[in-house]
Design a binder for this molecule. Sequence first.
Ligand code: UT7
Length: 320
Amino acid sequence: MIFSRITGTGGHLPGAAVSNDDLVARGIDTSDEWIADRTGIRFRHFASVQENSSDLALHAARQALAAAGRDAAEVDLVIVATSTPDQVFPSTACLLQHKLGNRTAAAFDVQAVCSGFVYALTIADKFVRSGSHRCALVVGAEVFSRILDWNDRGTCVLFGDGAGAVVLEASAAPGILSSALHADGHYHDILSVPGQVCGGGVSGKPFLQMDGQAVFKFAVRVLGDTAVELMAAAGLPLSALDWLVPHQANIRILQSTAKRLELPMERVVTTVAEHGNTSAASVPLALDVAVRDGRIKPGNHVMLEGVGGGFTWGGVLLRF
Ligand code: UT7
């Protein structure tokens, strides 16, 4: 039987950290106190105008490949989760594959907003377990700073740019133990960028808009439900979970989820204070941080969870 296993992780944050006070200095009608109290966010990073998602992805991918001891030429599948692709097409995955110097891997993007990475990882798991592919590079990469309305203080203070990556390889032992993906398009308008490229311009609003409170309630409910679903599917009690690595949107969402699951916050990996919300990049970035600082160790049960626009949500339970 073939399983899939993460063999390397990587992450990249562009430029210098931008503090809440830096946003105030840029003229946004907000305060460090409001942002920190309501969200837990203290810093975020923004890409320069020359940098696109594929550039951030390249840094993260190289790190993940180095950690896995793999050369880019050995990769036979590249999946990039992004809602801020470099271009309408070709996919950011194809641009990344080119930058890596790989000319044979299958490459495509996945668009599931902040759930994108868990969607991409679940797809890669199914490719690897089918036996069709052996070495997948799975990346979440975003430049959300490009789609923020700087006149909307309710959203522009929340997001940042970055990329996280994993190498997922065929293995005789698991690996990924269970996964779950869900969506309910009925909620398409509580978090969206409604604009589209049309006739040489943009028609509709090309900025992120959100009903923050609706998103908050939805996120707490589905993160809790998905955690229960993933553990049950793997035949494990919740007490067997060593680390929860959830999408990083708001520290209060993470605290409420941990409370619902009776999980101490010490077992929840949080990077929202330093990264802000990096959408599809947030989960692999947080995973990489906790792997590199030695918290996540081989054999640990780790749960990755995403929730975001669509509405989409899901997760992956794995033995690291
Ligand atoms: O990846 C998934 C996407 N996002 C999320 O998961 C976010 C989920 N939602 C949230 O995290 C929270 O709903 C927010 C942080 C976005 C907002 O927190 P809230 O407690 O729901 O605040 P609110 O929108 O109800 O606004 C409360 C007040 C308002 O003032 P008034 O009407 O009470 O006078 C806002 O105008 O806070 C004001 N406000 C701000 N004040 C200072 C909103 N944004 C800001 C700001 N700085 N940046």
